[in-house]
Design a protein around this ligand. Structure first.
Ligand code: FES
Length: 130
């Protein structure tokens, strides 16, 4: 069974193949709906689409095992990361790190992976406002 390591929380869990990152995180009581740079994390923990792939608040980076140990991006993820309306923030975060950015509720685990929850949105990096 695949292992999922959450780097910020320094926790690890073994899950059945096909489990989403969101469900794996919930097993450890980790909140994947963290708002933008931590702002809104408490609110987003309760106010989100509950895994339907529509709100974009569960952005995570899969820092290891992204290509080989997860499903390919779903339609919901492609929409969320490429159409910056009504919420531009998931799309902005995607621009910063497209090869690792996933929605925790849409990303299914098929092998060992490492996950960073609540990755920072770099609003002043070279992709934004500069
Ligand atoms: S919980 Fe809304 S997109 Fe994942």
């Amino acid at each position: 069974m695949p292992k999922v390591k959450f780097t910020k929380e320094n926790q690890e869990v073994t899950v059945p193949e096909g489990t989403t990152i969101r469900k794996a995180a919930k097993m450890l009581n980790i909140n994947t709906n963290q708002g933008v740079n931590g702002i809104g994390a408490t609110l987003n923990k309760y106010v989100n689409c509950h895994g339907l792939g529509q709100c974009g608040t569960c952005r995570v980076y899969v820092t290891e095992g992204h290509i080989e140990n997860t499903n390919s991006q779903t339609w919901s993820e492609k929409k969320c990361f490429n159409v910056p309306f009504p919420d531009p923030l998931p799309a902005l975060a995607y621009l910063d790190n497209p090869e690792q950015t996933r929605l925790a509720c849409q990303c299914k685990i098929t092998g060992d992976i490492t996950v960073e929850t609540g990755p920072e949105v770099n609003l002043f990096g070279e992709n934004f406002f500069s």
